[in-house]
Design a protein around this ligand. Structure first.
Ligand SMILES: [Zn+2]
Length: 201
């Protein structure tokens, strides 16, 4: 069974400036005060850690990271799960900082390496130990920063949609691997889109 989810906006201006790349957020809810409070704590925790990982961050993350929205995923019981997938990076840019806060029951978060990409999932559980407050429900909040300047530079595919930015793993001829990025058509459910695909260098 799929989990249920909801987007909560923390920075409405950033959503407007991100245009089509943030279309998942166009019908999102405004973050309630308690979530804003949590976001402030998360923002300051990210800032504290920024110096230590500065070499791994993109320029947009160094000039003061603050979350623009939160994605809430709710897993109500052991059958609710999310299949292995990668996140689209169009609205977030390369190597985005994503801060994750989990509440309630413990669930497994699994990262696997497919031939070309890293996938993540929350698999179905054999059993879930009930949490004193939430029972078998787990809620995961991920706080993300929109990068409207990245979205503004994104090309359109042959069918006129904003291309999706994705990461994949490339095997090097002399051994080892590196992360590379590509742009591809981003079809909506139920249509196959076009063949647009190119490396983002
Ligand atoms: Zn297309």
């Amino acid at each position: 069974m799929p989990r249920t989810n909801c987007h909560y906006i923390l920075d409405a201006q950033a959503v407007v400036r991100s245009g089509d790349s943030a279309e998942d957020l166009h019908s999102a809810r405004t973050a309630p005060p308690v979530l804003r409070e949590a976001a402030e704590i998360v923002n300051s925790m990210v800032k504290e850690r920024q110096g230590r990982v500065a070499d791994q961050l993109q320029a947009g993350d160094l000039d003061g990271w603050a979350s623009s929205y939160a994605l809430a995923n709710r897993y109500a019981g052991r059958d609710e799960s999310v299949a292995p997938h990668t996140d689209k990076l169009t609205a977030l840019g390369r190597r985005p900082v994503i801060a994750s806060l989990s509440l309630g029951a413990c669930r497994t978060f699994r990262v696997t390496r497919a031939p070309e990409e890293f996938l993540h999932e929350v698999p179905k559980a054999a059993r879930v130990t009930p949490h004193p407050t939430s029972g078998t429900t787990r809620i995961n909040l991920t706080f993300r920063k929109l990068k409207p300047h990245v979205a503004a530079a994104m090309p359109r595919c042959n069918c006129g949609r904003l291309a999706a930015l994705k990461a994949c793993v490339q095997r090097l001829r002399h051994g080892g691997t590196r992360h590379v990025y590509y742009l591809a058509c981003d079809p909506s459910k139920g249509d196959t889109g076009c063949a647009f695909r190119r490396w983002d260098v």
